[in-house]
Design a binder for this molecule. Sequence first.
Ligand code: GLC
Ligand code: CA
Length: 563
Amino acid sequence: MTDALLVETRKAAAAAWWRQAAVYQIYPRSFADANGDGIGDIPGILSRVDYLRDLGIDAVWLSPFYPSALADGGYDVADYRNVDPRLGTLEDFDAMVRALHARGIRVVVDIVPNHTSDLHEWFQEALDAGRGSAARERYIFREGRGENGELPPTDWVSVFGGPAWERVEDGQWYFHNFATEQPDLNWDSREVREDFLKTLRFWSDRGVDGFRIDVAHMLTKDLTEPLPSRAELELIPQDGKHPLIDRDDVHEIYAEWRRVFDEYDPPRTAVAEAWVSTPERRARYASAEGLGQAFNFDLLVADFDAAQFRSIIAENLAQSKMSGSSTTWVLSNHDVTRHATRYGLPALNGRPVKQGTEWVAAGGPESRLDRDGGRRRAHAATLMLLGLPGSTYLYQGEELGLHEVAEIAPEQRQDPAFFRGGEFDGLGRDGCRVPLPWTASGASFGFGSGAAHLPQPAWFAEYAVDAEAADPSSTLSLYREALRLRHLLQAGESLEWVDTGSDDVLRFVRPNGWQIVTNFGVVPFDLGADAEHVALANVEVEGGLLPGEATAWIAPEGLNPGR
Ligand code: GLC
Ligand code: CA
């Protein structure tokens, strides 16, 4: 190979790092607290970079660490180009990026473009400047209905529950898709668009490798009068022309962002959080002319069930062919009940169910949770996921097998979704955001030197990093081994299904010969001669049999994956 060709090849490989990456999501306020104030911070992350290296992930994605009043866990951003002083400084951020890069770990940050915090200087200016001002044009202000404008412009409800309009002192109303403290921006405003380009360049210049785009499908709106009622709104198909959701014109924004990403070498990457109606519509966000990749949340609402997994995998692989992107896999994140817990509760097709006054999912009543079974099924599902083509997003704490924390008193809860009675499994999302246990004893289990900002239950001791690191049969050891071997099997972005003769067993082979077998049922599955080549499994494979609720990775013949 000539030198020039070699350089080109290396460049192409560097640019494609994201296609099959294992990305670890850090929820900074709950990861590690360096100064003992109960809130995780950037120096805390810096102190744990070796843990991240040993885990074997390719990148981290940080949920928002920007200045925020925490009306929505940081997704209410008061300043997009700064670090919350409680979490550190820009210099701390730079030091963290350097330390991660030195360990071969890429850095993805969260961009929240649909709304700002009500404390953002733009919104404060809009309140002061009054009706008809240019400052109000950056947001969505309207006159109310009724004789004195005392009724909201429409009866729409916010995603977190409760009205989607809030009245300000001079009588106008502003629109908020989420909490009252999260006014929606007006993406018709050129100034708004320019400011986000500035933000993307700001972080790219600091060495950030990619971006996760919050509610990427909601930015553009058509609010031409007369506005539909809530009931009418629900009947409008989400096919590109809906007034609020997944409008075709949102892609003009991302085309402009793509030009910014491509100013960098390697180009910056992006992944869309887009809860849209079909895989076809999702593919638009993942196109190379747009954000490049989109989250696939299908497994978040699926049971631990072979048929459901198989059709979701097949559909998403087909979708990635359509977009030219790679598939993404997610079992847990900061918005949903942890998957160990989901799989330990009665199969509900992933959806929470209210029985009387009690929520059955969402960490539900302890009595209904099968802790060990849930964790075993979570292991099997995760091992399958890590063997699939595409990139996998892991959420902090899942590598410890953590369950959702149900035991948080109402007065200790923080999630606006809990207080506004909206979506998110009835109990809200605090249960998956409880600070990590690093040590089996000590104040806040080694998270910091004082109490953590959300209460940690006594059972966290069992899941502590120090306990699990010392135990070869722990979840942490399983993740480390899987992430190490994963680098060997992620060649080629495809798979071929192998018939197993059982409805409960899925088996596929990757282009380089690695095979993944998952037994979703309870009857052991005979691996035959392949049992000799099992390189990894979440349970003991004995007598050639893969027990129920288990996944095995079978190495190609002649390959010794070593230890
Ligand atoms: C996204 C985030 C969620 C947040 C919401 C509003 O769905 O993942 O945590 O509450 O957007 O920003
Ligand atoms: Ca702190």
